[in-house]
Design a protein around this ligand. Structure first.
Ligand code: GLN
Length: 478
């Protein structure tokens, strides 16, 4: 049975099945609700204009991770231990709503610790960061996620470990009765996911509650240290925390949640503004430094992106202003992160310049799928050639210092060197040949073979004898 993600998809399909073609009115009827996204597609205005090129690389990374059989599913409750270790799904949603799914992206699984940044963001949205951080710190703990430890101010180190998330659970809509607080969390998560799959797994909740000695110990220890707001009920808070961990998503709905975070709190598929951009920024900062258990420092170094993992095998990865990714595979590595999920993130950043500290201008070995990259390259060519044509040597020096590729050519294969020579700008020719290693004095333009005996430059006289390479200028068509 064919699946349709949108009404538009179904309409287009039905029309095509029925008539093979569609008339103008039907077409307009089909596209009118989605005119923004369709016009973006037709004019290559998406944040990733060459989506197919991008997803071809994603396919390869996905396949590479299939072979990773390291680790096993979490064993502390039967509901997680029973999960099939072969499950592997990756779902992507860009900030303008382009989607891509590979593998098992429709099977529900529990968020577990992935809920931590989400409840933190919702709490920040409601209270201010000042209020929230009276109860919880911002430092990586350097200890395991369920360690019985507090920071120097007797607060949990951060909201991404159990102690911090339990305190956040006590703050989330604390004025309401518990049933309404649960409804609130479900409704908001549903909004974050663009009204896609968000459900509750009662058996996971019951198992979590039945095996929660450590979390209860943490709760009593924190109550002794006055970590909770005065009105908080400890058992109710802990049960609320277990319920929140037992909320299920699919990789697809999780990817929309991740994309909402990437998009500053506005869901890209519905346009619903769920979170303040400041709440999102604070959440991403702490995911970046504390989101991957004891592997967080390593992950920040290697991947350089905000992420959060959970023991059910989910990894929520955010590429700010670009896309959200959710990977799901139950086997966990020694740190409790999904083995395939971590490998996927690392491979992703090895292929694309998504690391927070990748230099967007000259990380030449990596692919930049952002539209801006294509546009800015075109702009670079125009600026460079224009400056060479005008004899603006200062501008040429500035471009070289910025790391610009000084051998960039226009549609006719003409480089700055061709134009500077043609216009008789000796200082620029010298600068390009003597100081810019990437400039090839033998580079030919498109017409070179036809005109090489005709193109001469006034420069050849000026430069003759100074450098044998200069003779090459004789043969350029300019
Ligand atoms: N419910 C689990 C716990 O609190 C969540 C742990 C996790 O995903 N790391 O122990």
């Amino acid at each position: 049975m064919q699946k349709f993600r949108t009404v538009l998809e179904r309409q287009l399909h039905d029309e095509h099945e029925l008539h093979g073609m569609m008339d103008k009115e039907t077409f307009l009827d089909c596209v009118s609700d989605n005119i923004v996204i369709i016009s973006k597609a037709l004019t290559s205005q998406f944040v990733i204009p060459e989506f197919r090129t991008f997803t071809d690389i994603i396919d390869k990374i996905f396949e590479k991770c299939v072979d990773n059989e390291e680790g096993k599913p979490a064993q502390y409750i039967p509901q997680l231990a029973r999960r099939n270790p072969k499950h592997w799904g990756v779902s992507i949603c860009t900030v303008d709503g382009q989607r891509y799914d590979l593998g098992e992206t429709n099977i529900p699984f529990c968020l577990e610790s992935v809920v931590k940044p989400l409840i933190y963001a919702l709490t920040l949205n409601d209270l201010s960061p000042d209020v929230v951080h009276r109860f919880v710190g911002q430092e990586p703990s350097g200890r395991s996620f369920n360690e019985l430890t507090l920071d120097y101010q007797n607060k949990p180190h951060n909201p991404m470990i159990n102690a911090g998330a339990i305190v956040i659970s006590s703050l989330l809509k604390k004025g309401l009765v518990i049933a309404d607080r649960f409804d609130y969390a479900m409704d908001e998560l549903k909004r974050l996911s663009g009204q896609e799959h968000v459900t509750f797994n009662n058996s996971v909740y019951l198992s979590e509650r039945a095996t929660a000695d450590r979390n209860f110990a943490l709760g009593y220890y924190m109550r002794e240290n006055k970590c909770f707001p005065p009105e908080a009920d400890l058992v109710e808070t802990l049960e609320f925390y277990f319920q929140l961990c037992s909320i299920e998503v699919t990789a697809q709905s999780g990817a929309v949640i991740a994309a909402t975070l990437a998009n500053g709190g506005i869901c890209p598929t519905t346009g619903d503004k769920v979170l303040d951009s400041e709440a999102v920024r604070n959440t991403l900062s702490l995911m970046h430094s504390c989101g991957m258990y004891d592997y967080s420092g390593h992950f920040a170094f290697k991947v350089g992106l905000p992420a959060k993992s959970g023991v059910a095998g989910g990894v929520l990865l955010v590429i700010p202003n670009l896309m959200g990714i959710f990977t799901w595979s139950p086997p966990l590595d020694q740190w409790g992160n999904s083995s395939r999920g971590v490998q996927f993130c690392e491979e992703l950043v090895a292929n694309f310049n998504f690391h927070n500290y990748d230099n967007l201008r000259h990380t030449s070995k990596k692919y930049d799928p952002r539209g801006r990259a294509v546009e800015s390259k075109a702009q670079d060519v125009v600026n460079l050639l224009f400056s060479a044509f005008n004899g603006d040597v200062t501008a040429m020096r500035r471009y070289a210092l910025l790391g610009m590729d000084m051998s960039l050519a226009d549609y006719d294969g003409r480089t700055a060197l061709h134009l500077a020579a043609a216009e008789g700008h000796e200082s620029i020719v010298r600068f390009l040949l003597e100081k810019c290693n990437d400039v090839n004095p033998h580079q030919k333009d498109t017409y070179c073979a036809t005109y090489k005996n005709h193109g001469t430059s006034q420069l050849t006289m000026m430069l003759s004898g100074s450098n044998m390479m200069m003779w090459q200028i004789f043969f350029w068509n300019i």
